[in-house]
Design a protein around this ligand. Structure first.
Ligand SMILES: O=C1C[C@@](O)(C(=O)O)C[C@@H](O)[C@@H]1O
Length: 254
């Protein structure tokens, strides 16, 4: 498995790295949240731009990204527009989505971009190619807020992302039962042991799935999302507690 190093952060070795989402609505909210994050121990910042009230104004998006970068730019920054189909808050066309991502990829302000794999293979390939030309890494993603697909289906989605050229495949699914949580963990382990050539991110959401957000080093998920101020999905743990649990588990595995 290849590890990835971004801004000195090694992904794919040791305890899972922590991504903290930023979900401010206004430029002021974002500024306040980012200031607050200065003092927080985390590894990657995710800007969930679909929450931003000026997301339809590319100049405003770039201006906000520059402000975020000025404060947190020593850490990797992940730019994510989550579509409404997959749990985001701003309904947008595919053209809007692709254009926004392309504009940000060439802005020099981000390290990672999140691309939803089911937006269409040709769009995904186009965005990945542009990202790689601009030294931006791609997290390909898929979210099911309703259910947990079968183990086979989860593995096949992760493999598809990897085959399309993503640097990190990611899937988030909703459990309806404890067995669903096991399905996600089993799919993660299968992907990791049999197919993965890249770091992975997987999680089972909500309270029932929270165990999957701390168990990545055992099962094969290399990054995990934790909340500093606000959660961006159900089941995210407090970032400080999350770091403690990850470290405790890491020590037991060493
Ligand atoms: O894809 C993900 C994972 C996530 O949905 C979670 O369950 O932690 C949170 C989102 O902000 C992020 O983009």
């Amino acid at each position: 498995m290849t590890k990835i190093t971004v801004k000195g952060l090694e992904i794919g070795t040791g305890a899972p790295k922590i991504i903290v989402p930023l979900v401010g609505k206004t430029e002021q909210d974002l500024t306040d949240e980012v200031e607050f994050l200065r003092e927080i121990d985390f590894d990657v910042l995710e800007w969930r731009v679909d929450h931003f009230n000026q997301v339809d104004n590319i100049d405003a998006v770039k201006k906000a990204a520059a402000k975020i970068n000025a404060v947190i730019g020593h850490k990797p920054i992940l730019f994510t527009f989550r579509t409404a189909n997959e749990g985001g808050v701003y309904p947008a066309s595919t053209e809007f989505y692709v254009n926004l991502n392309k504009q940000m990829i060439t802005s020099g302000l981000i390290d990672f971009v999140d691309v939803e794999v089911f937006i269409g293979d040709s769009y995904v390939k186009e965005v990945i190619a542009l990202a790689h030309q601009n030294n931006v890494l791609v997290i390909a993603s898929n979210h099911d807020f309703d259910k947990t697909p079968t183990q086979e289906d989860i593995v096949s989605r992760l493999r598809k992302m990897q085959d399309l050229g993503a640097d990190i495949p990611k899937i988030a699914v909703m459990p309806r039962s404890t067995t669903d949580v096991l399905t996600l963990l089993a799919a993660t382990a299968e992907m990791k042991e049999k197919y993965a050539t890249k770091p992975l991110i997987t999680m089972s959401m909500a309270g029932k799935g929270a165990i999957s957000r701390v168990a990545g080093e055992t099962f094969g998920s290399d990054l995990t999302f934790g909340a500093a101020k606000n959660v961006s999905a159900p089941g995210q743990l407090d970032v400080k507690e999350l770091r403690n649990i990850l470290n405790v588990l890491h020590r037991s595995l060493a």
